[in-house]
Design a protein around this ligand. Structure first.
Ligand code: CTP
Ligand code: CA
Length: 220
């Protein structure tokens, strides 16, 4: 029997963000959105009222889920915070950490003899940290951490620094998991010492296992 999330309002972010350089170019990242969409679907199947804030992905909207499409990190920040109050926030999006200070209004042209192009990027706002420290903080805030190395140390650092309740870490840059793949392996950490390995398994199964942890840890 899977625990019900009936009556809970859950906001999920998913996918990459695209940061425009000019009208024809952007800076993006390798996120398919599959994990976040699977989380939204699994939450809806458990009876939650789900809002999915999605970056640019080519995935169908899960049944019973309200979807809001955004493009940039700034748009995702605004869309997610506009969904408060909520009971749970699950930040599965791969949000750009830096974006061009300003998108050029016309296509940037190269000039004869030009060998390099320097772009100045500025930090984006941290959606997850802003949600976790918000006056209307959801009762449970869950982050993801994509790491190539020192997975537990970096993930626990994010858990603490961003004031999260749970963080689901995955190792990226290894074959057969992470980006684009249908399968993944997660380890979920909490401040009380929890280190729960999930998978390797399809992202749909991982999403459901993650929601079982969410249901179990929901403050009453
Ligand atoms: N995140 C966010 N807003 C940002 C950057 C990240 O909400 N501007 C969230 C992601 O959705 C994810 C978590 O923070 O849930 C961790 O993202 P990750 O890229 O692994 O970590 P960062 O904190 O950005 O640190 P770094 O990329 O330097 O490892
Ligand atoms: Ca990042």
């Amino acid at each position: 029997m899977s625990a019900s999330l009936q009556g809970l309002r859950i906001v999920v972010s998913a996918g990459p963000t695209y940061e425009d350089i000019d009208p024809v170019r952007f800076i993006g990242n390798r996120s398919s959105g599959k994990m976040g969409f699977a989380v939204a679907q699994a939450a809806a199947q458990r009876g939650a009222q789900v809002v999915l804030v999605a970056g640019p992905v080519s995935l169908p909207t899960p049944a019973g889920v309200q979807r809001i499409d955004v493009r940039s990190a700034a748009q995702m920040h605004e869309a997610v915070l506009a969904q408060l109050p909520a009971d749970v926030y699950i930040g599965a999006a791969a949000v750009a950490d830096f974006a061009p200070a300003q998108a050029a209004s016309n296509k940037i042209k190269k000039t004869a003899g030009q060998d390099t192009l320097t772009l100045t990027l500025v930090r984006t706002r941290d959606i997850l940290a802003d949600i976790a420290t918000h006056a209307q903080r959801p009762r449970l805030v869950v982050g993801f951490a994509a790491e190539t190395d020192h997975v537990e140390a970096y993930a626990r650092g994010k858990l603490e620094n961003k004031r999260l309740d749970l963080i689901a870490a995955n190792r990226v840059g290894v074959a057969g998991s992470g980006f684009e793949s249908d399968d993944n392996t997660l380890t979920v950490y909490a401040a009380d010492g929890l280190a729960q390995a999930l998978g390797p398994a399809p992202k749909t199964a991982l999403a459901d296992a993650l929601l079982e942890l969410v249901a179990a840890r929901m403050p009453t």
